[in-house]
Design a protein around this ligand. Structure first.
Ligand code: ZN
Ligand code: ZN
Length: 345
């Protein structure tokens, strides 16, 4: 089968690789019908997540089930499914507490041996282990483009918005209008804020944020913390969502909220450690939350929200390309020439 492979820093190649097959009773074999390139794929592309040459890429995908192992109970061949970007077992102590993102047996698609050795979703086929706890059925009538982001960035946007504790009438600041920031902007609206301020430096992304009801702040033209203060009578936003992963954007997320406010960080950190302003946090009674999305918890409700027409995540897709064009697609996405790229095998 064809698959996008990591070959080295800034080097992606579509190659013919062995088609995967089921080896364990809890697995499902999927024919991928659509894959996407995610911001976290760029961590591998830029060499920040070390991968071995030849390992498969891609963790955002939907497909049709070809075959299931005898232990898979929720799915059968022919089912259209969206897959979480990581697998969870459903049985361990943390899954049983509802923290699937902290599953003791988790593994992530598309990052090679380092993150669990699963296959990649930017390919023609992929095996999904722990299938019953790692996939959801796509409702009838819903397109692949509508469903695909439920497995990663839309869930992450919802996780970010929920943990920002937005109340009706609040002002929320979203730091970063990449795909995750745009999803967070979309999801924040479900909680009834008076205003969602969206900070970025890329004008085309800010335009989409505005279409989603956000108020754009171009950080290359205005100081974001001062702008946010200007919109809030000088006190700051009620909560902030950080969707970049740089220490500078986390700092902005902390500095832009009012006393008693909440900061919700979902950007994949680009540093292991950094200075933390804990006196400021204490003095202003701030709540700081961060984490990788608890995807399994959000997949079903998000599919229902999309089916009801209340969320339109596919509106951020800027480029539709073929899997064969993955090399060029990665280059474009890394250069911020595309907001979101989907790949058809
Ligand atoms: Zn991702
Ligand atoms: Zn588990």
């Amino acid at each position: 089968m064809k698959a996008a492979t990591f070959q080295g820093v800034h080097e992606v190649k579509v190659l013919e690789v062995p088609k995967p097959s089921i080896h364990s009773p809890d697995e499902a074999l999927l024919k991928v019908t659509l894959g996407a390139i995610c911001g976290s794929d760029l961590h591998a592309y830029h060499g920040r997540i070390p991968m071995v040459a030849g390992e498969l890429l891609g963790h955002e995908f939907v497909g049709v089930i070809q075959e299931v192992g005898p232990a898979v109970k929720r799915f059968k061949p022919g089912d259209r499914v969206v897959v979480s970007f990581y697998t969870a077992c459903g049985h361990c102590a943390l899954c049983r507490k509802g923290w699937f993102n902290e599953c003791l047996n988790m593994a992530t698609f598309g990052f090679g041996e380092l993150l669990g050795g699963l296959g990649g979703g930017q390919a023609e086929y992929v095996v999904v282990p722990l299938a019953d706890h790692s996939m959801e059925l796509i409702p009838e009538g819903m397109s692949d483009e509508q469903a695909i982001f439920v497995g990663d960035i839309l869930s992450t946007g919802m996780f970010a918005a929920e943990r920002a504790e937005i109340h009706p009438g609040d002002v929320v600041a979203v730091i970063g209008a990449g795909p995750v920031g745009l999803m967070a902007t979309m999801c924040a609206q479900l909680f009834g804020p008076a205003r969602v301020l969206v900070v970025d430096m890329v004008e085309s992304r800010l335009e989409i944020a505005q279409e989603l009801g956000g108020t754009p702040i171009n950080a290359s033209l205005a100081h974001p913390v001062e702008s946010i203060a200007g919109y809030t009578g000088g006190i700051g936003a009620d909560s902030s969502i950080e969707a970049v992963g740089l220490t500078a954007s986390v700092d902005t997320a902390i500095q832009c909220v009012r006393g008693g406010g909440t900061i919700s960080v979902v950007g994949v950190p680009s540093e292991f450690t950094a200075d933390f302003p804990y006196y400021h946090m204490w003095e202003k009674s701030l709540t700081f939350r961060s984490g990788r999305c608890n995807v399994q918890k959000y997949m079903r409700p998000l599919l229902d929200l999309i089916a009801a027409g209340r969320l339109k995540p596919d509106m951020i897709i800027s480029h539709r390309m073929k899997l064969d064009q993955a090399e060029e697609a990665y280059r474009m996405f890394a250069a911020r020439e595309a907001t979101k790229i989907v790949l058809t095998p």
